[in-house]
Write a protein that binds this ligand. Structure first.
Ligand SMILES: Nc1ncnc2c1ncn2[C@@H]1O[C@H](COP(=O)(O)OP(=O)(O)O)[C@@H](O)[C@H]1O
Ligand SMILES: [Mg+2]
Length: 240
């Protein structure tokens, strides 16, 4: 068991985003308030253009909100639309990202892609190697971690990308349509990995998905429509 489980790791309050002004003004995200707790996987559904990526990139601290506040582990990160800490540090230490395509560095093998994230933070080589190998092994990549990304299937690449996003044990993992390029069984495997690693590492995972068939694997479903985020109710997940 991870001691972080169940603690509020993300609190957003009144977060909104307006793009453009005048006739091109668009309120892509209406003021939004919600929490996420350690160990849970939250699915975010909604039609194209409804504001899902906007929400994820704001929480990911790569897109400044127009209004609102964001706390991670109880610490203010953005307060009333203003950053109050060094966002680069928070991004590196507290956040992990998985995109639709894995975006692995093509000239590094799987293990090296995962280690790089640690070594940038000064983790010694031996430790980074051991941690990367253990995590890749737990993600079913034990025999494939020396393969270059171009030799991996889409599903294998996403496993490496998940390992890279989780190796530094972030509080929050943000995944924007990570299964969109995968067939349904590989998509399901990826969602299972999110669930298992969220639980093991005590991260909150926010995952944008269109695949309703994997919603049995998540803890909570939120739905976005025209910039409004709403709880869709708890799913029938019966995690032990
Ligand atoms: N950088 C931007 N500048 C202007 N409009 C944007 C920008 N990014 C997204 N939008 C608009 O905001 C709305 C929400 O987009 P997005 O968050 O990408 O939705 P989703 O991920 O649900 O498809 C869309 O109408 C989109 O065209
Ligand atoms: Mg999107």
């Amino acid at each position: 068991m991870n001691e972080r489980l169940g603690k509020i790791v993300l609190h957003v309050e009144g977060l909104s985003k307006v793009y453009g002004e005048g006739p091109t003004r668009l309120e892509a995200l209406k003021p939004t308030t919600f929490d996420a707790v350690a160990g849970e996987v939250v699915a975010i559904l909604g039609p194209s253009g409804s504001g899902k990526s906007t929400l994820l990139t704001i929480i990911g601290l790569i897109n400044p909100p127009t209004t609102g506040s964001l706390m991670i582990n109880g610490d203010d990160v953005i307060k009333n639309g203003q950053e109050v800490v060094n966002l680069t540090t928070v991004r590196r230490q507290q956040l992990g990202y998985v995109f639709q395509r894995s975006n692995l560095i093509p000239f590094l093998n799987g293990e090296e892609n995962v280690r790089l994230a640690l070594e940038i933070d000064g983790v010694p080589a031996r430790e980074s190697r051991d941690r990367a190998r253990a995590l890749l092994d737990s993600l079913g990549m034990g025999g494939r971690m020396k393969a270059m990304p171009s030799k991996l299937s889409g599903g294998e690449q996403q496993r490496v990308a998940i390992a890279r996003a989780m190796i530094h044990q972030p509080s929050i993992v943000l995944a924007d349509e990570p299964t969109a390029a995968l067939d349904s069984s590989r998509g399901r495997q990826v969602m299972e990995l999110f669930r298992d690693s969220a639980h093991a590492n005590g991260a909150a995972v926010l995952v944008v998905t269109h695949d309703h068939r994997t919603l049995d694997l998540v803890d909570r479903v939120l739905e976005m429509e025209d910039g409004v985020l709403a709880e869709k109710g708890h799913t029938a997940n019966t995690r032990q």
